[in-house]
Ligand binder design. Structure first.
Ligand code: PMP
Length: 375
């Protein structure tokens, strides 16, 4: 465990919770979720004999059917709810179990930076070796990092923290690499509803409907605005799912039953409720990117999610010093880029899902002011 670090975004946010509890007004641009207006759940009328107990370790059947149908609609790939889905305690658990199931000690996993903070440590915990690639590498360049020990490539699409969506050409290139070198492609699609109005999301399953090498990990945390419920899932071929289910049985038994029933019953209704709010937060993201650009702060290219990965430009501070000064001098919380990979210390992550427009604008100006003040 000594070689495993704390999740930097969670460490930042724990500190913010403490500062806020102490009465400080912090413009919170560090939280990895969008706050939605949601109806308070009622469990009235749910099957009383079942909701309080363990459920099938693959997940409550109706929820699996809903998720399978949902993925079929968005990817065109058939998903068998009986054999190809497992519901678990968030996509974080899905990714961890995926890695644990597939890696032998010393197997390498390619992780493009900026990376989601848990990937490298999850690979280490699974006794694998994370192989990070710097942020400026293109998808096609990843092939040069493949060795005889490479077992998988992880992509996050749409991407936290840049907001980038992989296009069809990039997706095809990843599938070709996976086929050619016998690798798994782990596609973390936790933000897949967070695309701009009128745009489409391309799931990795679209090009590998038989799931020969693709494992999709996804979540209800972000799209449904219920990160604290801890409901995520993975989609893989039946052989892989059968293996990973053993980890579920030994680690968590099943995802929370009462919440799974609720989500199955209200699957479409909640999405109908969150989708307009998702569109609004993505539009806000893009407005804030524009505001930063007007102030001379560049972000990595992207138009999706509610994140921006903002460059520190000519600031002499590294990302940890910058985030610390932004917090203590301006009362604005962001996550240092260093947590997203060694190549990312000239960036900070800005999330726009948890604040009002006027406070966001205040936060963007503070960030730009600090870049200017520390040239
Ligand atoms: N993947 C990415 C890229 C994330 O940003 C997060 C949460 N911040 C997760 C996975 C995990 O989310 P959850 O476990 O709530 O599904």
């Amino acid at each position: 465990m000594e070689s495993v670090s704390e999740a930097s975004s969670i460490r930042t946010n724990n500190r913010i919770y403490e500062l806020r509890a102490a009465g400080l007004d912090i413009v919170t641009l560090s939280l990895g979720e969008a706050f939605f207006d949601l109806p308070t759940p009622s469990f009235e009328g749910m099957p009383g004999t079942q909701i309080h107990h363990y459920s099938h370790s693959r997940g409550v059947p109706l929820l699996r059917q809903k998720l399978a149908g949902y993925y079929e609609t968005c990817s065109g790939a058939p998903v068998d709810p009986e054999t190809e889905i497992m519901v678990t305690a968030g996509s974080k658990a899905a990714i961890f179990m995926t890695l644990t199931a597939m890696l032998d000690p010393g197997d390498e996993v390619i992780i493009p930076e900026p990376l989601w903070v848990s990937y490298p440590d999850q690979v280490r915990l699974a006794r694998g070796v994370p192989v990070m690639t710097p942020w400026y590498e293109q998808v096609g360049d990843l092939e040069s990092y493949i060795t005889p020990r490479t077992r998988a490539i992880i992509v996050n699409n749409p991407h936290n923290p840049s907001g980038r969506r992989l296009g069809a050409v990039e997706m095809l290139s990843l599938h070709e690499m996976a086929e050619k070198h016998g690798l798994f492609l782990i596609s973390d699609e936790a933000y897949h509803e967070f695309v701009p109005e009128g745009e489409v999301f391309v799931s990795a399953l679209e090009h590998d409907p038989e799931k020969r090498h693709t494992i999709v990990c996804n979540s209800m945390s972000k799209n449904y605005g219920i990160s604290g419920w801890r409901i995520g899932y993975l989609i893989a071929d039946q052989h892989f799912t059968r293996q990973v289910i053993k980890l579920q049985q030994h680690m968590v038994t099943c995802a929370p039953t009462i919440l799974s029933y609720y989500l199955a019953e209200n699957f479409e209704a909640i999405l109908d409720h969150t989708r307009p709010q998702i569109r609004r937060v993505v539009a806000t993201r893009n407005r804030m990117a524009g505001l930063l650009a007007d102030r001379g702060v560049q972000c990595l290219p992207g138009d999706a999610t509610f994140y921006l990965f903002a460059s520190l430009g000519e600031s002499r501070l590294d990302s940890t010093e910058f985030a610390e000064r932004l917090l203590t001098r301006y009362g604005v919380a962001v996550v240092p880029g260093a947590g997203y990979g060694a190549s990312c210390d000239r960036f900070v992550r800005v999330a726009v899902g948890a604040e009002t427009e006027d406070r966001l604008v205040r936060g963007m100006h503070a960030l730009a002011d600090l870049v200017e003040a520390t040239r």
